[in-house]
Write a protein that binds this ligand. Structure first.
Ligand SMILES: NC(=O)c1ccc[n+]([C@@H]2O[C@H](COP(=O)([O-])OP(=O)(O)OC[C@H]3O[C@@H](n4cnc5c(N)ncnc54)[C@H](OP(=O)(O)O)[C@@H]3O)[C@@H](O)[C@H]2O)c1
Length: 277
């Protein structure tokens, strides 16, 4: 698997171990996936049955300024991994994002909805989906959203850090999405990697929906911290990359990837933080 030093990747490696699979990681230091020859040689030497590709350029704001760099990782490297996997006879599970959608909808986004990214990150991830699909029919492209989990910077941990030094934190109420715990997503990806008849695009995100403000408030309540989430808007909290206002992910696939409610995921994450403290 790739991206194993990342937030989702290290959880996927652990979930694969726990499920009894042999796991080989293609960490960035071992193999730069933007190098097609190195990627082909690495994958051929491992001869995996399946590859879960968690490697990505994930800095949404920096991608606005460095779209060409993001494209090399999110699209070209994804294509390299998928072509190398196909040559080795491996099935590919590739991660994508809710940011392929423009945020204009009145119901959860389904797999058959037309992507229309607002920003550079979403454009490069959509280009990656295309490269993977072109490389091999044996692919599962899993769009997920609003990830949190141990081992990587994420919104929940940022809120907890801010709560330690503030009585209140202003959080936007005008973006709604599907918060997703890596602890729920990782085992689902491992199961999908072993399920050869499941191909195409899947949406895999925490059940239910929340605004960033709602997620912050629930985090403070469950963590038992005194900090209060106050309401603000995206206009008052300008960032380089535009964010979709509505990026709740649903699924029309049966069987698809169905994860527990995000509130359960939040509790799982908070419990894991407590256990590791
Ligand atoms: N985080 C979210 O909220 C979110 C939401 C929706 C979808 N996703 C998708 O979910 C996946 C995992 O996200 P994440 O947040 O876990 O990512 P992450 O923590 O940023 O990890 C990305 C991983 O990719 C590796 N990588 C980057 N460039 C590479 C290259 N050229 N060659 C080899 N490895 C490279 C990184 O290694 P180095 O650090 O050593 O470079 C790191 O291990 C990504 O596909 C992302 O687009 C994430």
């Amino acid at each position: 698997m790739t991206g194993a030093t990342g937030m989702l990747g290290h959880k996927v490696a652990a979930a694969a171990h726990a499920a009894g699979h042999g796991v080989v990681t293609a960490d960035h230091a071992k193999c730069d996936l933007t190098d097609a020859d190195a990627t082909t040689a690495f994958v051929a030497s491992v001869a995996p049955e399946a590859i879960v590709n968690c490697a990505a350029y994930t800095d949404v704001d920096a991608a606005e300024e460095h779209e060409a760099v993001a494209l090399r990782v999110n699209a070209d490297a994804a294509g390299n991994v998928a072509r190398a996997g196909a040559a080795a006879g491996a099935r590919i599970v590739h991660l994508s994002t809710d940011y392929v959608f423009d945020g204009v909808n009145d119901r959860p986004w389904l797999e058959s909805d037309r992507p229309s990214p607002l920003g550079a990150y979403g454009r490069t991830k959509l280009a990656g989906e295309a490269q993977v699909a072109l490389a091999t029919p044996e692919h599962a492209i899993v769009r997920t959203a609003w990830l949190f989990g141990v081992g990587g910077p994420n919104f929940v941990d940022t809120m907890l850090r801010l709560a330690a030094g503030h009585d209140e934190v202003a959080v936007v109420t005008d973006q709604t999405g599907s918060p997703t715990w890596t602890g729920h997503l990782a085992p689902a990806l491992v199961a999908l990697a072993a399920e050869v008849r499941q191909t195409g695009v899947f949406h895999g995100a925490g059940g239910g929906q929340a605004t960033w403000h709602g997620l912050a408030a629930e985090t403070f309540t469950r963590a038992g911290v005194a900090c209060r989430a106050t309401a603000t808007t995206s206009d008052a909290f300008k960032r380089p990359a535009p964010r979709p206002a509505w990026s709740v992910l649903g699924t029309e696939r049966d069987p698809g990837v169905r994860l527990p409610p995000w509130t359960q995921g939040l509790q799982g994450h908070l419990d894991e933080i407590k256990e590791s403290a």
